[in-house]
Ligand binder design. Structure first.
Ligand code: B12
Ligand code: SF4
Length: 511
């Protein structure tokens, strides 16, 4: 059976470019590892390459974030017309299965470990079901991911996922939409995957330094500190260097930073989010502490670990003055340049989305399309500034933060500290990050939902691909989330939780 696993992507900078940065979607290698030998498997990361439109498949698995869903349903239609059956999984599929069902032969709700095998067998036996629901996380079913097929299409090919979910429940996070859960894999199975990954990369003749550099793809690798310490100690004898996403409390803990460096950590991504206490209180992120950001960044760098961080701008609590003060805050805390400053975005299904949708006053901008929910287009009406002034302040501040001179100033501050500690890898990552991180929007971008530049990516349909004009119009028109008054359309008001804390079979699995 010819099977494709496609991670769908639309460029949120609206240039229609591929994203060939350090982070690449890992659902392909994971599903490929779950598929039986009788499947002829192809992994397509749309981030890196377009799908091969000349090919046909028997079964296509698709994965997408919300903003890429229109492209996912178009790709689904394209391959269905060429004989494939298609299956969507991921957060949008799990929470809005009723909206997804018309465009895919099947929808998977939840984890792939206990569903993919059933899907593929049912597809082979011509009895594919419309919905597959995972019964929970089965750590013992997690396969060694098949990274070899995408090894040459990732800057850092040794990618590992050691946990699932996150113990926190930040109000705006896509994980909170599917339901808070946190599961840990026995550490020895994580080591198994690293060794197997290194062997696969050796066979694929991938450069030696890439075989030592691990990117952990967990949402929060240090959600359980006891387990995290155990993992660090297990990594030490492997002589690997690694980076991961984790939370602020970790970089605020100097002893832990020392252990992490000693065990190979060289870079962490932390969602610093905001310098505005009102926004921090609103997003329910108690692990962040604005007063300690400067100290945490300084001690991380002094211990040889590069902090890469993202910020959000809140349309609810931030005003023009705050947005314009961001460069000063960033310089004062020593971060200087974040990897992104995006708009706090109510991803459909999150508590934040429900709160905004439930407001008596329309909180959203009119005619917001689902593709606008990428976090790089404003979808909410600013509450503390007129819309045009809010967006002007954002645009001007972004130009300031990402100016070449500012990026160089960051390096001038970081590199001596990192190199004093002998952390050459962190220094090199910093240089690479500052080279790649920039703000140069395409002409005509408004950053405003309903009027912003549409995604230029296309699927090469022909007229024969549609039964009628109505079908073509439906598939080729963007999916609206709000009406002309900025109210959320009825289809978006109802959504499901994938994981219910009260009914979870297993939330934590420890060795
Ligand atoms: C790689 C990555 C990216 C890449 C590629 C994204 C892409 N579109 O392909 C880049 C760097 C481009 C990116 C950008 C952004 N990202 Co991003 N990214 C990730 C990251 C780190 C890894 C994804 C991954 O491979 N995970 C491992 C795989 C195995 O798991 P998974 O994809 O989560 O899927 C699980 C389930 O959903 C399910 N599943 C998923 N698909 C399918 C399909 C089938 C068939 C089945 C059966 C199951 C299934 O199985 C998995 C296990 O349960 C995640 C965080 C994370 N750890 O997951 C964030 C994450 C996906 N990103 C997120 C965000 C917010 C962003 C940004 C807005 C950040 C920013 N401000 O810049 C942007 C914009 C994204 C956009 N297009 O709108 C959010 C979710 C967004 C959403 N709408 O759902 C996440 C979850 C981070 C977070 N905790 O907030 N990102
Ligand atoms: S800590 Fe990060 S991953 Fe966890 S719920 Fe909050 S935003 Fe999401």
């Amino acid at each position: 059976m010819r099977v494709a696993i496609i991670s769908v992507f639309t460029d949120y900078h609206r240039k229609g470019q591929h994203h060939r940065g350090g982070l690449q979607p890992q659902i392909g290698p994971l599903i490929a590892g779950l598929l039986p030998d009788w499947c002829d498997v192809e992994i397509v990361n749309d981030t890196w390459d377009d799908p091969d439109w000349s090919k046909s498949y028997d079964l296509v698995f698709l994965s997408c974030v919300h903003a890429d869903w229109d492209r996912a349903r178009q790709i689904s239609h394209y391959y269905r017309r060429r004989g494939a059956r298609t299956v969507l999984g991921g957060g949008m599929a799990g929470t809005y299965a009723h909206l997804c069902a018309p465009y895919f032969d099947a929808v998977v709700i939840g984890d792939p470990e206990d569903t993919v095998q059933r899907v593929v067998e049912d597809a082979r036996d011509n009895r594919l079901q419309p919905v597959y629901r995972s019964a929970g996380y089965f750590a013992d079913l997690v396969p060694v991911p098949r990274i070899a097929p995408v090894a040459r299409k990732q800057v850092f090919p040794l990618s590992v996922e050691a946990t699932r979910g996150c113990p926190y429940a930040c109000d705006f996070c896509a994980l909170t939409a599917v339901g808070t859960r946190h599961a840990l894999r026995p550490v020895h199975t994580v080591v198994r995957d690293i060794l197997a990954g290194q062997a696969a990369l050796r066979d694929a003749k991938v450069a030696g330094w890439k075989q030592r550099l691990i990117v952990f793809y967990d949402n929060n690798l240090a959600g359980n500190l006891k387990w995290f310490r155990e993992l660090c100690l297990a990594l030490k004898p492997l002589g690997v260097l690694w980076g991961a996403c984790l939370t602020f409390n970790v970089i605020a803990n100097r002893e832990l930073l020392k252990l992490m460096y000693d065990c190979g950590c060289r870079a962490v991504f932390v969602g610093l989010e905001t310098f505005n206490p009102a926004t921090l209180a609103d997003i329910t992120k108690p692990q962040n502490n604005i007063g300690k950001i400067a100290q945490a960044i300084a001690q991380s760098r002094d211990e040889g670990i590069l902090v890469i961080a993202g910020l959000i701008v809140s349309p609810i609590h931030d005003d023009e003055a705050y947005i314009r003060s961001l460069p000063d805050h960033l310089d004062a805390c020593g971060l200087h340049v974040p990897s992104f400053v995006s708009f706090e975005t109510p991803i459909p299904g999150t508590p934040f989305f429900d709160r905004m949708a439930g407001s008596e006053r329309p909180m959203f901008l009119p005619n917001a399309n689902l593709y606008d929910f990428s976090a790089y287009t404003l979808v909410l009406q600013p509450q503390k500034a007129p819309l045009d002034r809010f967006l002007k302040a954002y645009d001007e501040t972004m130009r300031h933060i990402y100016a070449p001179s500012h990026r160089l100033a960051k390096l001038a501050d970081d590199l001596p500290r990192l190199l004093r500690r002998g952390s050459w890898t962190a220094a090199a990552l910093d240089v690479g990050d500052m080279w790649a991180t920039r703000f140069d929007p395409v002409p005509g971008r408004t950053f405003m939902a309903g009027t912003d530049t549409p995604p230029p990516e296309t699927v090469p349909f022909s007229r024969d691909d549609f039964d009628c004009e109505a079908q073509q119009l439906d598939l080729c028109s963007p999916t609206l989330v709000t009406d002309e008054d900025g109210r959320v359309l009825p289809g978006w008001r109802h959504h499901d939780k994938v994981f219910n804390v009260n009914t979870l079979r297993k939330t934590t699995v420890i060795a």
